[in-house]
Each structure stands twice: as C-alpha cells, then as structure tokens.
Ligand binder design. Sequence first.
Ligand SMILES: NC(=O)c1ccc[n+]([C@@H]2O[C@H](COP(=O)([O-])OP(=O)(O)OC[C@H]3O[C@@H](n4cnc5c(N)ncnc54)[C@H](O)[C@@H]3O)[C@@H](O)[C@H]2O)c1
Length: 296
Amino acid sequence: MDTLSFEDRVVVVTGAGRGIGRAHSLLLAARGAQVVVADLGASVDGSGVDGDDPAGDVVAEIRAAGGQAVACRADVSTETGATTIVDSAVKEFGRLDAVINNAGIVRTGSFEAIPAEEFQRHLNVHFFGSLFMCRAAWPHLIASGSGRVVNTISAAMLGNPLMAHYGSSKGAVFALTRNLAVEGAEHGILVNSLAPGAGTRMAENSAESLSPEVMEYMRTQLLPEHVAPVAAYLIHPTCQVTGEIFNAAGGGVSRTAVVTTPGIRETDLTIETVAERFDEVMALTSEARPEVVIAP
Ligand SMILES: NC(=O)c1ccc[n+]([C@@H]2O[C@H](COP(=O)([O-])OP(=O)(O)OC[C@H]3O[C@@H](n4cnc5c(N)ncnc54)[C@H](O)[C@@H]3O)[C@@H](O)[C@H]2O)c1
C-alpha cells in the first residue's frame, strides 16, 4: 500500500502536549500535516494548571524534525478557549480539516464519595470540550470537504471501578459522536470515537482502580505511539467510516459495536411474559443488528 500522506491537511490535536495527544501530533506532523498543538498544561485531575508549557515543547520537537506546528495554550472546556484554538489553525494555516479531541483529566473515587463538582469538571473537559471544539470547527470542516473528527472516549464508559464520573462523561462524548456523525454525513464530515490505552501520566493517576500487574503492563507495553496510527487513519480522507467506536492499545486495534437484539414482540405483553421470555430479549442471535450511522 502507498504511504498515507497528510500533506495539506490542517489538524488540531487537543491535550497534545503530553501522552497520547503528543504521539498523535508527532506522527501527523511527520506525515506532512500542519498541526495545532493545543494544550492548557492542566494538572492530571484538572484542578489547576501546571507551570510548564507542554504544547510549546511539542511544537519545538516537531519543528526541530522539520515539521509544521503551532502551539495554543487554551482551555477546551470553555467556548472562548475552543474558539481560540480553531482560530489559531485558520490564522496560521488558512484552513482546518480535522480535529482530534483528546484533552482529558481524571481523578478516581467512589460514586458515593465523589462530589458533584467533580462530575461537572469531567463533563466540562470531556463532553463540553469536545462539543465546543466541534462547534467552532464545524464551518471549517464543512469547507474542507473531507472534515474528520476523532473524539477520545474510554473503556471506562462501559463500567470501571471508581470511575463513575469519568466513565459517564466519556459516555456523553460517545453519544455526541453518534449524533454529529449523523449531522456531519451530508457535509462529508466523518466523526468517530477512539478508546485508547497507554501508560501515560493519566494512567499512573488511575493506578488506584488498576491492579499493580496491569499498571506495570501499561507502563512497559502500552505506548502512546501504538494509539496514534489509529487516530491518524480515522482522520485521513480515505477513511470512510463514521459513528463508530474503536479501541487501540499496545498494537491491538478493534471495534466495539452497539448491537440491538431481535428481542420479542407481543401485543398483550405482561410482566410475566417479559420474565418468561427474557432470555430471548437478551439473545445475541445472528439476527442481532449492529447500530450503524452509515451501512457498510
Ligand atoms: N492513558 C490511558 O490509558 C487512557 C485510557 C482511556 C482514555 N484515555 C483518554 O486519552 C486522552 C489522553 O490521555 P493521556 O493518557 O495522554 O493523558 P495526559 O494526562 O498524559 O494528557 C492529557 C493532556 O490533556 C491536557 N488537558 C487537560 N485538560 C485540558 C483542557 N481543559 N484544555 C486543554 N488541554 C487540557 C493536559 O494538559 C494534558 O497534557 C484523555 O482524553 C483520556 O481520558 C486515556
């Protein structure tokens, strides 16, 4: 297969100063993309801002290797911050073709102990961050003709210990992905979600919810560089899939599908019928239907 090039593609990567977002940016820039490296320099739990400038560091790295990039130190969780990021793409490179919403925070804690503000903060960064970025980018993605969005979710949205706030905010991002995939289709904008796994700063901060063996495995075997090729493919103009969930970790790539079973239908449905025929409601038979935005 020919090498997939990103020449003439302008891409915004949020949370691009560290971990997985940094790997996305380095790979895309190495393949010719013009990259806006957006990172606030937030602390891992989003409670504050670190003194360093990770976005500036990544841009220096890209430029030293001969690539094109610009740093933007704005907050995705505000409409103003998201607009600033999109504006910097248009001002610096004249267009915008793809957004990888990757900025994220985490703090573990039990459902009963986590205060409501923590739920809000996770929604602000993950859900509203992705929403504000997509809203600001949308007209430019329409103008691109091959607009692409990757929203970063997490396997934790399917259920993880001590992550009700984090996981549910990622679930909201998946629902946003599906709905934007529906609205984007007529404009050629394809929107997918990506659940990564990598031994980053964030993973270290989630260690409480992971076994020591899993943590060590993540540190040594699950590298951010294993995730980047999947995000990059999903924003390439040749990739035609939309509204899906992909998983990427340690070189493994898979799809998680939402499936509806054939179930049962009875006009005189009673509680007892539901109880008696519950196995049929649950059965993943060959007629079970994957819920897709565009039929393959
Ligand atoms: N590491 C994993 O195994 C894993 C698993 C599932 C999902 N994820 C998701 O992958 C993404 C990247 O995570 P990572 O592991 O590289 O984490 P990381 O902490 O190494 O990097 C996240 C970056 O996001 C930035 N950021 C946070 N809030 C921001 C805001 N409001 N505005 C702009 N930038 C902001 C931070 O400054 C940081 O540089 C996150 O969305 C995370 O939820 C990671």
